[in-house]
Write a protein that binds this ligand. Structure first.
Ligand SMILES: [Zn+2]
Ligand SMILES: [Zn+2]
Length: 655
């Protein structure tokens, strides 16, 4: 019998008889490894443990320690287990596809009626029974025509369609059974874990409506979502995070705190309610307070432009389907702006510019519109109308480094004011790019120098830059570990060409400026969603739409309480008076639910002493304070932009 040479990850090699399976190889290395093995990686390709080694190869045995490979394999195998349970419980069901996702897996089915929550419990129970039986995942190569006949006869035309599309020209197709083809069989290239007994840490989560291939014109289906992890602990951690995320969902908190609403007659466009508008304006003014002193000038360009502008910018050819198009009274084709850059190019180009004027920095917060399909809209994170804190800096080549450094320092400053630490990614020259290689090398080295100068660690995404220039992106991780992409700094050599922008250099000749697009929040809508979920609606004092509520104990304290409210308002604090005829405990509970930072109770003693009895959302009862002292402390807390308010008061020890 012929031998093949297998090279292992540690560099050692061994000879085994040709046809030895990956599982046999694992056994020959150690019984422990054989037990832990989930799959193999042969010449960098993931395969089943039953894969026969017929040629020399490098082989790695994949266990739960190799999460990058093992996790998708594990999740995809669990999706098959789900499909097996469903087909056994619901005769006549049709299976679609069941891929792994970043967070778990799903499987789509055609079923006579939508699944209900009790179905999910029963399906998960059946999955556990099938896992306990440790049924074998077996790969079988079926004759292609026979496979099509088999699935056709079983009433699974979708599988027949998949085989037609995915295996054209093949004589045989790969199918997997669980136990046997009566129990479950699916057309799939694999690989999978060797048997269902490996699948333990999984959970079904929800169902939703879906369509075959995600297209609403196709067959309606029911999608079952689940998640799976390589250990029970990771699964439980994930489920806890999901619970926490549900509580923090910005759509829910936005409703509870009456910040914003949506209406079916303006899909994806936010109605900012009074409290949400306070929040929005607080952020808008904060952003102005940061960037205007840094040399930016605020502008307001039009919202509707003639299509000529979009042709010049290139959006007409590449982006038109994402724009709202309208017609003017004169029959001119117009488009609502989806980004601010072209407008700013026109402003720059409207005057003769000298090198002495540069850098020129424009900032704009007017609304943008993008024509997204209504099906993908969701809360504040996928919208049709939004505003960015959008800046464009016009610089000379020699100013790229210092300008990017300034932008980086602004991003640093802003995120530290929100108690967040972004992760930076530098994306470099892609395979297809515009401009010269010298320009790119210069720009990339300037970006690196700027990053080093501000002392931020960063990772490099090689080849991930835009075709018009390199960029730096910022990911923010929120309080429960989810990543959000927010700020961005992008160099652009292309747009100044398109708009034929120039400045007069020191040599009296015309030169092209470089444009830097940059946003710090990103979009206000998305950033507010992030803030709501990050703080779980418990706003730091400086952001809270209502900073304090004054509560008279009874009717006869109403006048004093109203006076307190007026004093706070005059000091610039956002304050409400709760003078309803309700018990004080009830008012406090309600304010606590609304997560109002300070509750100020006023009764006889407070009125007599010119004081307020202070209760803080975070620290509880803080006792009686002179009104002036409370006001100056609150103003100081706002000035410092404290994240969490006062620390909880230490337990008083009895004397
Ligand atoms: Zn599969
Ligand atoms: Zn731009």
């Amino acid at each position: 019998m012929s031998e093949v040479t297998i090279t292992l990850p540690d560099g050692s090699s061994r000879s085994v008889p040709a046809g030895t399976t990956v599982a046999d190889l694992a056994t020959s290395i150690s019984p422990g490894l054989a037990k832990a093995a989930l799959a193999g990686k042969v010449d960098n390709r993931l395969v089943d443990l039953s894969y026969p080694l017929n040629a020399d190869a490098s082989v790695q045995i994949i266990t739960s320690k190799n999460a990058t490979d093992a996790l998708p394999l594990y999740r995809h195998s669990t999706a098959h287990l789900l499909a097996a349970a469903v087909t056994n419980m619901f005769p006549g069901v049709q299976c679609g596809i069941g891929p792994p996702t970043d967070e778990g897996f799903f499987y789509d089915f055609v079923v006579p009626r939508p699944f209900v929550p009790e179905d999910l419990e029963a399906i998960e129970q059946r999955m556990r029974e099938m896992a306990d039986q440790d049924l074998i995942f077996e790969r079988q190569m079926w004759d292609r025509d026979e496979a099509k006949r088999f699935f056709g006869a079983r009433g699974e035309p979708l599988k027949v369609q998949l085989i037609d599309e995915k295996t054209e020209g093949q004589t045989h197709v790969s199918c997997y059974t669980i136990k046997d083809k009566e129990t479950f069989v699916d057309f799939c290239v694999g690989p999978h874990v060797p048997s269902t007994g490996k699948l333990k840490a999984f959970k079904l989560l929800s169902t939703s409506n879906a369509y075959w291939k995600g297209d609403a014109r196709n067959q309606p289906m029911q999608r079952v979502y689940g998640t799976a992890f390589l250990s029970e602990k990771e699964l439980q951690d994930h489920l806890r995070r999901l619970e926490e995320a549900k509580k923090r969902d910005h759509r829910k908190i936005g409703r509870d705190q009456r910040l914003f609403m949506f209406h079916g007659w303006a899909p994806g466009a936010t109605f900012w309610l009074p409290k949400g508008t306070v929040l929005y304006n607080t952020l808008a003014n904060y952003m102005r307070s940061v960037i205007l002193p840094a040399g930016y000038e605020e502008v307001k360009a039009p919202i509707v432009f003639n299509k000529g502008l979009w042709e010049t910018s290139g959006h007409w050819d590449h982006y038109r389907q994402n724009m709202f198009l309208v017609e003017s009274a004169d029959g001119e084709q117009m488009g609502l702006k989806a980004m601010n850059c072209p407008g700013h190019m026109l402003i720059f180009g409207s005057e003769v510019r000298s090198y002495k004027d540069l850098p020129i920095r424009y900032h704009e917060q007017t609304p943008l519109h993008r024509n997204e399909a209504s099906g993908v809209l969701s809360g504040l994170t996928r919208v049709r109308q939004f505003s960015q804190d959008d800046g464009h800096c016009f610089v000379m080549e020699s100013q790229i480094g210092s300008e990017v450094e300034l932008a980086l320092r602004l991003v640093q400053r802003v995120y530290s004011d929100f108690g967040m630490k972004p992760e930076l990614k530098l994306s470099t020259r892609p395979a297809e790019y515009l401009g010269t290689i010298e320009q790119w090398n210069h720009a990339e080295s300037e970006l690196k120098k700027a990053l080093d100068a501000v002392g931020e660690p960063y990772t490099i995404n090689e080849g991930d830059g835009a075709f018009y220039g390199p960029k730096i992106d910022f990911d923010v991780t929120d309080a429960i570990g989810r990543k959000w992409q927010c700020a961005t700094i992008q160099l652009d050599y292309q747009i100044p060409e398109r708009f034929d922008l120039k400045y007069i250099g020191a040599d009296n000749a015309e030169h092209r400026p470089v444009v830097i697009h940059r946003a710090i929040f990103g979009s206000f809508e998305r950033f507010i969603a992030l803030l709501i979920e990050h703080f779980a609606g418990a706003w730091p004092l400086w952001l809270a739409p209502v900073q304090a509520v004054v509560m008279p104990i009874s009717d006869r304290h109403r006048d004093y309480a109203a006076g307190v409210r007026d004093r706070l308002a005059a000091a610039g604090l956002r304050v409400e008076l709760d003078d309803r005829q309700e018990k004080i405990g009830y008012k406090i509970r309600e304010a606590q639910l609304q997560k109002i930072p300070y509750m100020l109770v006023t009764g006889d003693r407070e009125a007599a002493e010119g004081a307020v009895s202070v209760r803080s959302r975070s620290a509880g009862d803080m006792g009686s304070r002179a009104l002036d002292a409370f006001i100056s402390d609150a103003l100081e807390e706002i000035r410092r932009k404290d994240q969490s308010g006062p620390a909880p008061v230490a337990e008083q020890k009895p004397a």
